[in-house]
Design a protein around this ligand. Structure first.
Ligand code: UT7
Length: 323
């Protein structure tokens, strides 16, 4: 008998305000046509004033608990992947814990920017396999609209706010690739590239700062590294791209999503795409896509899923799991 960490519930939350590309035409020199053709984005959601990352995270968590059919009291750990915490500390995860009325177990944040959810899922998997927890809420939640430089057309049109969450539970497996749950993971970082995507604030400036990106450079790394990490994770599990039912990628740019699928030789009808509706929601993008993919009827029990993401650091990785 093998212990596996399986997704038993998924949910998401998007703020009410939907911002179409056309709204940006009034604030920077851009067009709906440029944004659609270069990124695939058509609209994104922005949090209301006073609506914080922890609020989004808590709503997504509640939806995932309902989907799993469990009570919050059964959760023994909460991990939130975010780069936009309400405060420098305490963690968003402890805020979610408080909001859910929990006083037991443990809660902490993981910060690996757009790859955050893949890092958080890998951490949660390791905790379950080590017997440290049986039921973990893994959440990706972001309010990137608060990090935008509204004068920089190269970045402000790309990002959105939102949250997604999964309930990860210890289940029994056979130790084969037919098992439900996480089958393999692959994490990578390379700090040589810290200057191509960063936020120019923090303790060094005493301000929150704004996102700065060399888009072309990040794009180049993404195309190269995402298929590679997905292949590594599949190799570790003894699987190939032919076994994959769904790629659920980080949603930054449709051209990156298509380029990665092409390199993996997986057709686009086996890729969950939400970038047109959400923009880049950083660590929230994969759990949002998992939740939307399930709601659309794309992702079904038993499907083999590969998630892959890259973000500031650079940090990138992949998780292979059976739904
Ligand atoms: O999630 C974390 C990872 N982030 C990403 O994966 C993002 C990776 N990068 C990208 O998605 C793309 O590089 C972008 C969408 C950011 C940009 O697309 P691109 O095809 O690489 O365009 P570019 O940066 O080479 O810019 C092409 C032109 C430039 O004008 P010139 O220099 O050719 O005259 C830009 O100034 O497009 C211009 N441009 C814009 N024009 C209209 C840049 N932003 C805009 C804009 N509207 N919003």
């Amino acid at each position: 008998m093998t212990i596996r960490a399986a997704v038993t519930g998924v949910g998401h939350y998007l703020p009410d305000r939907i911002v179409p590309n056309s709204e940006f035409e009034a604030i920077v020199d851009t067009s709906d046509e440029w944004i659609r053709s270069r990124s695939g984005i058509e609209r994104r959601h922005f949090a209301a004033e006073g609506q914080l990352t922890s609020d989004l995270a808590t709503r997504a968590a509640r939806a995932a608990l309902v989907d799993a059919g469990i009570d919050a009291a059964q959760v023994d750990a909460i991990i939130v992947a975010t780069s936009t915490p309400d405060l420098t500390f305490p963690s968003v995860a402890t805020m979610v814990q408080g909001a859910l009325g929990l006083t037991k177990g443990f809660a902490f944040d993981v910060q690996a920017v757009c790859a955050g959810f893949v890092f958080a899922l890998t951490t949660a998997n390791a905790l379950i396999l080590a017997g440290q927890a049986r039921t973990i809420l893994v959440i990706g939640a972001e309010t990137f609209s608060r990090l935008m430089n509204w004068k920089d057309r190269g970045t402000c049109v790309l990002f959105g706010d939102g949250a997604g969450a999964v309930v990860l539970e210890a289940v029994e497996g056979e130790g084969t690739t037919s098992d439900r749950g996480i089958l393999s993971t692959d994490l990578n970082s390379d700090g040589r590239y810290k200057d191509i995507l960063y936020v120019d604030g923090g303790t060094s400036t005493g301000t929150t700062g704004h996102l700065v990106m060399e888009g072309k450079e990040v794009f180049r790394h993404a195309i190269e590294k995402l298929a590679e990490t997905a292949h590594h994770a599949l190799d570790k599990a003894g699987l190939t791209p032919d076994d994959v039912d769904w790629i659920v990628p980080h949603q930054a740019n449709i051209r990156i999503i298509e380029g990665t699928a092409k390199r993996m030789q997986v057709p686009m009808d086996r890729v969950v795409v939400t970038v047109q509706d959400h923009g880049n929601t950083s660590a929230a993008s994969i759990p949002l896509a998992l939740s939307v993919g399930k709601a659309r009827g794309q992702i079904k029990p038993g499907d083999l899923i590969v998630t892959e993401a890259i973000g500031g650091g650079l940090a990138w990785g992949s998780v292979v799991l059976r739904w």
